[in-house]
Design a protein around this ligand. Structure first.
Ligand code: IPE
Ligand code: IPE
Ligand code: MG
Length: 235
């Protein structure tokens, strides 16, 4: 059974889940963060090494200020509370995204979480916060232009080496919940050959059973990367 080494998830549908239950959107986010925490456990238990969670996009600033503030405050409170356990569980947390726009307080908090969990070796948990795939490529281009005089020397490896977490392998599988069939600016470079899974389940209702069936489906897929395999028939 081959499971993804790196799983990435677009956790969508918190607001619709709340509406369905007659609750404010914030309740959807509160339930959603607990499911994200569960997913980290389900993933580590199955030997997945890297988990990237799309938590806040560069476009999510378009939301009402109150919702944005709630999302950041909730994340800080949650991580603060869970930190000792996360360290015990061997989680290594990192934040990917445009850190500069987050403000110094939030930046310091991110650094504190990263430093405190830096020894974790069971699961690398990457939190995509103020993350946009296009912004990431723009940021990489800026760094490359600042350091390179010879445009001919730039290749795919150069770009990959200047992304936010260059040591992390590309995601093998990207899951999106809530029935939307789009990537919404997530891991545009790294996802070039990722397997995709779209489920109509709203994120707060995502369960371990569904997770397992998605992994089972993934393990039956054949990845070709543009090549052909014996199963594709004779020449
Ligand atoms: C995902 O759920 C969480 C974030 C984008 C922060 P949404 O808040 O987008 O939920 P829907 O899509 O409105 O249901
Ligand atoms: C994608 O969800 C971003 C996150 C899950 C953090 P959105 O709800 O922002 O995506 P769109 O607007 O439906 O494309
Ligand atoms: Mg959404």
């Amino acid at each position: 059974m081959s499971y993804p080494k790196h799983l990435a998830v677009i956790m969508d549908g918190n607001g619709r889940w709340a509406r369905k239950h007659g609750l404010p959107r914030t309740e959807g986010h509160a339930k959603g963060i607990r499911v994200a925490d569960d997913l980290a456990h389900w993933s580590a238990d199955r030997g997945i090494r890297y988990l990237t969670l799309y938590t806040f996009s560069t476009e999510n600033w378009k939301r009402p200020e109150q919702e944005v503030r709630f999302l950041f405050t909730m994340m800080i409170d949650y991580l603060q509370k869970r930190l000792p356990e996360m360290v015990r569980e061997g989680l290594r947390m990192r934040f990917i995204g445009r850190r500069g726009q987050l403000g110094s307080e939030l930046n310091q908090f991110c650094e504190y979480i990263e430093d405190s969990t830096s020894k974790g070796s069971r699961l690398d948990l990457l939190i995509a916060l103020n993350y946009g795939g296009r912004a990431e490529i723009v940021d990489a281009a800026r760094k490359i232009v600042a350091n390179t005089k010879d445009p001919e020397a730039i290749d795919s490896e150069t770009i990959a080496a200047h992304l936010y977490a260059p040591d992390v392998p590309d995601p093998d599988l990207i899951i999106r919940t809530s029935g939307e069939y789009r990537i919404s600016n997530f891991l545009l470079w790294q996802g070039a050959y990722s397997e995709l899974c779209f489920t109509s389940t709203l994120w707060p209702e995502f369960t371990e059973d569904e997770f397992q069936s998605i992994l089972d489906d993934y393990s039956r897929r054949q990845r070709r990367y543009g090549s052909i395999t014996e199963d594709d028939g004779p020449e």
